[in-house]
Design a protein around this ligand. Sequence first.
Ligand code: 5RP
Length: 228
Amino acid sequence: MSDDFKRAAAVAALAEVQSGMRLGLGTGSTADHFIRLIGEKVAAGFDILAVPTSERTAELAGELGIPLSTLDETPELDLTVDGADELDRYLRLVKGGGGALLREKIVATASARMVVIADSSKLVRMIGAFPLPIEVVPFGLESTRRAIMSNASALGLTGEIVLRGGKETPFVTDGGHYILDASFRQIAAPEALSESLGAIPGVVEHGLFIGIADAAYVAGPDGTECLK
Ligand code: 5RP
């Protein structure tokens, strides 16, 4: 059922796409629906140039015949459409469940407009139940983890900070970094947390997207809602 809602959100976002656009393509199961729909548009003759936010998305888009570019060749995009792990009604997002948060944030920020697509289970009153992904460099991992722990404790950290994949087989991002997942339960002051995490050496980026999304299509049993 939730997959039907993911697709419904992607269909709603498709209305924002016009031929001639330079698009950022997100990462994840919801974004995959949108990428397939873009593949159909390209097959039907739409002139689209797309920048993928991950190797995984690049592979799918390539298979579908979507013309691909990079931010070096195409540094300014018209629209990025991407999923989220959580969002609130102020369009503050938690992203990075799929491990692509760094490229996702760079691509979204290079876009005139970012639109989120999600099923209604992702829309929450207060973000934070989903552990916050924090991308870190492998060097100094334990020191960085401790610095995050001490900075974030004052900002609502309630649980563990876990290395994704574990010590033996850590998950490695497309940029060659690791991901620490930090449990907050509720993030009451996302802006302050974002600033605090961003100041820690060793933190490459974190999954709080604040002031980046312009709209969200959220689909559920009662239909599709557009948040602005
Ligand atoms: C990847 C992401 C995804 O957008 C997020 O994890 C949502 O994924 P899905 O659509 O599969 O639920 O941020 O880094």
